[in-house]
Design a protein around this ligand. Sequence first.
Ligand code: SF4
Ligand code: SF4
Length: 70
Amino acid sequence: MIIGTALHLRAEPGKCIECSRCTEQCTASLEVQSMVLSGSMDDAECVLCSGCVDVCPKDAIRFSFRAGFK
Ligand code: SF4
Ligand code: SF4
């Protein structure tokens, strides 16, 4: 049974051209480019402002809903 969803970021490292725009844009001063390349976008400091999503020229970062199951 689905009991809820959590908005989070997903990255596709293969699309990233390492331009650093996401890192420069980040409201929380995170190393977003490094997060993208590692494939793990889960960071407690992220405020989901969408800055990195909006600025990425390659659509390498996007929002996604993660369903919670019970
Ligand atoms: S959504 Fe905002 S706070 Fe989160 S990594 Fe992207 S730019 Fe940083
Ligand atoms: S803005 Fe996009 S292409 Fe540029 S470093 Fe970040 S994820 Fe990679």
